[in-house]
Design a protein around this ligand. Structure first.
Ligand code: ADP
Ligand code: MG
Length: 644
């Protein structure tokens, strides 16, 4: 295949579909003008006026009219593709459109007397994705990799291929969704052989032992041979759990399980049922009008999503005739209602592990896929079940499409361009006081690796600390790339310098970075998971490395200025506190002189560009406040004596 040929990756989902591609910076989801990559897998048909052919709407528009246009809106067609009427008996009660038997053990969808095959409906969705990709890339797109659930049989896979062809796409490969998810996290991708390990790890950065992951054989082929992962996929209407093992660079599906009627729709329904019951109890009415039903469905999903972010949400539904239903729902209340469903997924996880004759401890990773895995309860229960935090760095509703795009780039021979390294190409660290870059893992450290460092606060009574994770070689945070940030909050108020915050960077064998921050006195902790290599090209890595040399002197000065200013801030603040406490024990002239010194030093720190001068002034300030410090210490001791 020629090297500039584009093959897109498509996640053809039950509720949402996405298209992605790979360029030198890695895989990208192709988004709409609102930044959303998802296209609802929904088709709406409206009869054409005066015998004209029917009008077809696809995606958000079709979804928005799903309830008013119930008989002519096709959703969840993935449940029908490649199946016969007998296979889908269980699904029929959930479908509001007419389904009947088609030729050769297939089904057909009937709208306004016209019959559509599931392939035709899927082709409409695929065509919309193809067109989206063509608009974005500015050229024709003729080839695609399409993902399907691991349990799809040959008929379902063939029907998916046929749908692709009907959409004008050559389907170069059908890939299992869990495999795509693993690829998106870099699992199973060939990496160059590691360099000499000893030389690459600077002191203080302990390379982690890698149990059951040999550090690549002599030829450096499969660096992660034998890796076993679980892929937990909780989408809109279905739940799938798969256990994959990577053998000789190929993923084997060891076992799969799932529930084809368990997903986000059920969590929405929990809210819909709650509202329906309460509306009935309060107003004695049933919600039957299609417009109200649609409004409630949209509302329920929005409330559910809000409860993934916040601990409570408002529900407000206009029932007409001046009746408005209103209530607050807490996350705890919602979780109580859906907990049995979440437990059901874990039962299936237990089953799939038993089928593969494995225990959670045998797994290297658990990967989360599907929009519903954003729910905190789901994440918490999975972490408990698998005994480790799952992979969440990628957007769970985009991960399958990203993996499909990576598979596509491998097939088009472009994978060699991607940044897959056995060392971290750029340093990783956090933003420290005054906007400096505090490096924890320096560039060219062999992965996997781990680094920790302790930090404290500069302000009294600080109850939250923002941790900004940085990548780059420059000394100022502003000149580095921010990979993500999180807040460590809930700290008990303490004097500046008292909190002990331990920040840990853990970069695992797949290049996934876990950053955690823990305040050791209170035990509060928070963290984030990031893929540092995403969005980076080789050319960019080289540029960043060059610039770090070019700007070395300027950067060293800038860092020194920040350090000195921080020190000035800290010393003057401590001196002020000391004055407030024991200033009355000083001669009035001395006290006045120290106050002047504080003001003068702060002014100098803001104004001077001569760092040596600032350094001298800081030292002199220290000498000038020695007497005060002595009195302070003596007083503290005397006080301590009395208290004993
Ligand atoms: P598919 O079933 O097509 O694979 P997705 O993986 O995209 O679908 O999952 C869609 C589901 O994820 C929907 O039910 C949606 O409401 C749900 N979802 C998306 N974001 C969130 C969130 N932040 N919290 C809870 N559920 C979410
Ligand atoms: Mg999915």
């Amino acid at each position: 295949m020629s090297n500039d040929e584009i093959i897109v990756g498509i996640d053809l989902g039950t509720t949402f579909s996405l298209v992605a591609y790979v360029d030198a910076a890695g895989p990208h989801i192709i988004r709409d003008e609102n930044g959303d990559g998802r296209v609802p897998s929904v088709i709406g048909v409206t009869p054409g006026a005066n015998g004209a052919p029917p009008q077809v709407t696809i995606g958000w528009t079709a979804r928005a009219h799903a309830i008013e246009n119930a008989r002519a809106t096709v959703y969840s067609v993935k449940r029908l593709i490649g199946k016969g009427l007998e296979d889908i008996r269980r699904d029929l009660p959930y479908l509001s459109y007419a389904v009947s038997a088609g030729p050769r053990d297939t089904v057909q969808i009937e709208i306004d007397g016209r019959r559509y095959t599931p392939e035709e409906i899927s082709a409409l969705i695929l065509r919309a994705l193809k067109e989206r990709a063509e608009r974005h890339l500015g050229r024709p797109v003729e080839k695609a990799v399409i993902t399907v659930p691991a349990y799809f049989d040959d008929a379902q896979r063939q029907a998916t291929r046929d749908a692709g062809r009907a959409a004008g796409l050559e389907v170069v490969r059908i890939v299992n969704e869990p495999t795509a998810a693993a690829l998106a996290y870099g699992i199973g991708l060939h990496r160059p052989p590691p360099r000499a390990r000893a030389a690459a790890s600077p002191p203080g950065h302990t390379p982690l032992p890698i149990p059951s992951c040999p550090t690549a054989d002599a030829g450096g082929v499969a660096a992660h041979a034998g890796q076993t992962v679980a892929v937990y996929d909780l989408g809109g209407g279905t739940f799938d759990i798969s256990i994959l093992r990577l053998e000789d660079g190929v993923f084997q599906v060891l076992s799969t399980a799932g529930d084809t009627h368990l997903g986000g729709d059920d969590f929405d329904r929990a809210i819909i049922n709650l509202v329906t019951e309460e509306v009935h109890a309060q107003y004695g009415v049933s919600i039957t009008a299609p417009a109200t039903k649609q409004a409630l469905r949209t509302l329920a999903e929005a409330v559910k999503i809000r409860l993934s972010e916040q601990t409570q949400a408002e529900i407000e539904l206009d029932l007409g005739r001046d009746r408005v239903y209103r209530r607050t729902i807490t996350r705890a209340e919602f979780e109580h209602r859906i907990a049995p469903l979440v437990e059901q997924t874990l039962t299936l996880c237990g089953q799939v592990l038993r089928d593969a004759q494995l225990t959670p401890a045998d797994l290297e990773q658990a990967i989360l896929v599907g929009g519903s895995t954003r729910m905190p309860l789901v994440r918490q229960r999975i972490a408990e079940f698998f005994g480790r935090p799952p992979y969440t760095a990628l957007n769970p509703d985009e991960v399958v499409a990203l993996g499909a795009a990576i598979q596509a780039s491998i097939l088009s021979g472009k994978q060699a361009d991607m940044l897959l390294l056995d060392v971290t190409p750029l340093s990783l660290g956090i933003e420290t006081m005054g906007g400096a870059m505090g490096k924890l893992i320096v560039r060219n450290t062999t992965i996997p690796c781990r680094a920790t460092e302790k930090f404290t606060t500069f302000v009294d009574g600080q109850t939250a600390i923002k941790i900004n994770v940085l990548q780059g070689e420059r000394e100022l945070a502003a000149d580095c790339r921010s990979l993500g940030e999180f807040v460590l909050d809930g700290l008990p108020p303490m004097a500046a310098g008292m909190p002990k915050v331990e920040v840990e960077f853990l970069l695992d064998a797949n290049g996934i970075l876990n950053v955690s921050a823990k305040e050791l006195r209170s035990g509060q902790q928070a963290g984030i998971q990031i893929i540092p290599s995403h969005g980076l090209t080789r050319a960019e890595v080289d540029r960043i490395a060059r610039e770090s040399i070019q700007f070395a002197q300027r950067d060293i000065d800038a860092h020194r200025r920040i350090d000195l200013r921080n020190q000035v801030e800290f010393d003057t603040h401590k001196t002020e506190q000391m004055l407030a406490r024991v200033g009355h024990l000083l001669a009035p002239e001395e006290r006045a002189r120290i106050e002047q010194d504080i003001a003068a030093l702060r002014k100098l720190a803001q104004e001077t560009s001569d760092l040596d001068e600032l350094h001298r002034a800081l030292t002199a300030f220290g000498h000038g406040t020695l007497h005060l410090a002595e009195i302070g210490i003596r007083e503290a001791l005397v006080k301590g004596d009395k208290e004993e």
